[in-house]
Design a protein around this ligand. Structure first.
Ligand code: ARG
Length: 401
């Protein structure tokens, strides 16, 4: 039996019930750990809530800068979008929250950690795989997988019995996970993929129909693949992402509605809102089109899908991720310059791009008299390039006999 447990705590109903439940069930001391990943919803009264839910101490950590520099930007540089669409705000946050949790657990002398993830999602895997990698000596407790409560009502009744404050806010019909890189929205009517998401499902973007009738131009500057300035104003990553979330959200940009494959085998319908992520992935990709040589660009694209799977599947703390990062970092030395995009009613259009490392050579590309490309050399190139095709068709189809 564990004596002291560190609980990953959000302040919501589930994790508040868990705090008390752990005290009751294990007779253990419980401390809570809450990470701020730059979510827009403020963490209000978290400490008081945790204590009234039975915790003996509550730790609140500001992880936004670390989240951006060590998790979000590496994924951006890799071009990692799960199944081609999802920028993975939730998936990228979990390993960092797990890392913060086990660090405090060890420092405070805990012998177990606990979380509020359900038994059918990806998050339990991300949490526990990360904890297993970083602190295998700690026991992991996942109350939602084994406790007696079958509904929200039962949890509320438990709170009333035990004097745990239940937020008087109206019940949200959705399950929402949110941080600086995006919002993930599930449950309720969204579970039916043939039904369009109702307007109230969206938390941080306006609908494209309600967006302004004028386009908004935005210029993003990159240094070694990292975004460093917006419209000529240098900004740190957290500020830049906040600013793009506002700008994109106001133009209806960044909504994603997808059916995705969870690691546990279920297909689920997910709504995401990630204005900054969608804008930055687009801008970064445009700059790579200008600056990466063809072979590296093509190879990197294939790797992006593997990198995304690795993040989605909770394999952040692995030697493979470090090896991917080494490759990706090596490709980014030339990803410098700016990209100008136009945001308009939910769409993003690339308008212009520039780089000191641009591989675009106007004298090779032009169809004017300034052309320096050796046209005559193409004949020999094509002759050799097409040799295998010529041979195959001659041998097998008697062509040209
Ligand atoms: N399907 C997404 C993922 O696996 C979002 C999960 C949202 N999590 C949540 N606790 N609501 O990354």
């Amino acid at each position: 039996m564990p004596n002291k447990i560190a609980l990953a705590y959000s302040g919501g109903l589930d994790t508040s019930v868990i705090a008390r439940w752990l005290v009751e069930n294990y007779g253990a001391e419980v401390i809570t750990v809450t990470g701020n990943l730059g979510q827009q919803k403020e963490l209000v009264n978290i400490e008081e809530k945790a204590m009234r839910s039975g915790a003996s101490a509550a730790f609140i950590l500001d992880l936004a800068d670390e989240f951006v520099s060590d998790y979000v930007f590496p994924a951006l540089k890799a071009g990692a979008l799960y199944e081609g669409l999802y920028p993975m705000a939730t998936a990228l946050g979990r390993p960092l929250l797990a890392k913060a949790l086990v660090e405090i657990a060890i420092r405070e002398g805990c012998d177990a950690v606990a979380h509020g993830c359900t038994g059918k999602g990806n998050d339990q895997v991300r949490f526990e795989a990360s904890a297993a990698a970083l602190a295998p000596q700690l026991k992991v407790i996942a109350p939602l997988r084994d406790w007696e409560f079958g509904s929200r009502e039962e949890e509320i009744a438990y709170c009333e019995q035990h004097g745990i404050p239940v937020a008087a806010t109206r019940e949200n019909p959705y399950s929402i996970d949110e941080n600086l890189w995006g919002t993930s929205i599930e449950c309720g009517v969204l579970e039916d993929p043939k039904v369009a998401p109702p307007a109230d499902a969206f938390q941080r973007t306006c609908s494209p129909q309600q967006a302004p009738d004028q386009a908004t131009a935005v210029t993003i500057e990159f240094s070694n693949g990292t975004p460093v300035a917006l419209d000529g104003v240098p900004m740190d990553g957290v500020r830049l992402i906040h600013a793009l979330n506002e700008l994109g959200g106001a133009n209806g940009v960044g909504r994603i509605d997808m059916v995705e494959n969870r690691l546990v085998g279920i297909k689920s319908r997910e709504i995401y809102e990630a204005p900054a992520a969608v804008i930055l992935h687009r801008a970064h990709e445009e700059l790579e089109r200008l600056t990466l040589d063809r072979e590296t660009a093509h190879h990197k694209r294939k790797m992006a899908a593997d990198y995304a799977n690795l993040i989605y599947n909770g394999q952040w703390f692995t030697p493979l991720r470090q090896a991917f990062d080494a490759f990706i970092e090596a490709t980014q030395a030339v990803v410098n310059g700016w990209v100008r995009l136009s945001l308009y009613k939910g769409t993003i259009t690339t308008e212009a791009r520039w780089s000191p490392n641009s591989l675009y050579d106007p004298e090779l590309a032009t169809y004017t008299s300034a052309d320096t490309f050796d046209h005559k050399a193409s004949a020999g190139f094509i002759k050799v390039f097409s040799l295998p095709m010529r041979t195959w068709h001659q041998v097998n189809e008697g062509k040209g006999q």
